[in-house]
Design a protein around this ligand. Structure first.
Ligand code: ATP
Ligand code: MG
Length: 284
């Protein structure tokens, strides 16, 4: 069986979570800081540690079969790769921002203005789509200070909480791209490849588990129907009798999305002593 290669970020915002998700898929390897390649001990896979900018093209060219990288980087490089799965971390948005007191308040106001960015390709595409002609100035870092330095009228940069913009006296007004970490593959390798399919199965079970909580609650038997109606677990809930006559424990899985709303309804329907546990994996 051919040993596959997966490229992940060597150090930076995506490194730890990439390592974490692969570990949760049962892969055992060292998160080397000093070496480029780390073999996985219990799966025919090698981990390549790279700068994130290089990952899309390495995967496109088949130097790595798979990769984990931000969508912003994939889009900016324009690499032709297959998106296998969104990973739910590294979430951020590429936004256009201007100084708080700027007269630029809409996309049309950008006409003829200068915008500093490290994402010229994505930005130019966006401006074209919106039929705005602006001067795109490429800078490789610290984009957020370029308006203060008089280098540009606006910036286009990655924002996650907005704290950096605020502390530089900037306000965002247009979203250019929403991004998160993505598992990518070289075109054409995923469908027929057993190892890739096995990895995807494991990954889906890990991601599904992250979105759910295991919940155990006590209630009087007479409330079971009302409580069951509120639950849409994997199948119907498990009901276990308690030592105390007329009482039982209800076991179920609740999605993280509407968790608090559900819990509040369950309490109103007579659930008490609610215990919530993390789920490690859900395999269908
Ligand atoms: P490298 O040394 O690998 O080139 P980098 O400095 O280019 O790293 P990082 O700052 O580590 O990149 O960010 C990696 C990715 O994390 C980004 O491309 C983006 O997808 C994501 N990300 C999430 N939140 C943020 C944020 N607040 N700022 C920048 N990137 C973020
Ligand atoms: Mg980079």
């Amino acid at each position: 069986m051919k040993t596959l290669k997966i490229a992940i970020q060597k150090s930076g915002r995506l490194n730890e979570k990439s390592v974490d998700i692969l570990s949760k898929c049962g892969l055992s390897f060292e998160n080397y800081k000093s070496s480029l390649i780390s073999p996985v001990q219990n799966f025919p896979l090698e981990i390549l540690f790279l700068r994130d900018d290089d990952i899309p093209e390495y995967v496109q060219d088949g130097i790595a079969d798979l990769g984990i990288v931000g969508e912003n980087v994939i889009e900016e490089t324009g690499a032709d790769v297959t998106y296998l799965h969104r990973l739910g971390f590294g979430k951020c948005t590429l936004k256009i921002a201007v100084p708080n007191h700027s007269e630029i308040n809409s996309l049309n106001d950008l006409e003829g203005k200068s915008i500093a960015t490290s994402y010229p390709n994505i930005l130019k595409k966006f401006l074209n789509k919106n039929q705005v002609q602006a001067d795109v100035r490429v800078i490789s870092g610290s984009v957020e200070i370029s308006t203060n330095l008089g280098l540009s009228d606006a910036i286009c940069d990655i924002v996650s909480t907005g704290g950096t913009l605020k502390s530089n006296g900037l306000k965002p007004f247009a979203d250019v791209l929403s991004s998160e970490a993505i598992l990518i593959a070289k075109n054409g390798i995923a469908d027929e490849n057993e190892q890739v399919q096995e990895l995807l199965l494991r990954l889906r079970s890990v991601l599904r588990a992250k979105e759910n909580k295991y919940v155990v609650m006590n209630t009087e038997r007479s409330n079971i129907e009302a409580i069951s109606n509120l639950l849409s677990g994997i199948k119907s809930p498990t009901i276990v009798p308690l030592a105390e006559e007329g009482w039982c424990a209800v076991h179920t899985v609740i999605s993280e999305k509407d968790f608090w709303e559900k819990i509040s309804k369950l309490r109103k329907a007579g659930a008490q002593g609610i215990v919530v546990l993390p789920v490690e994996k859900i395999i269908f």
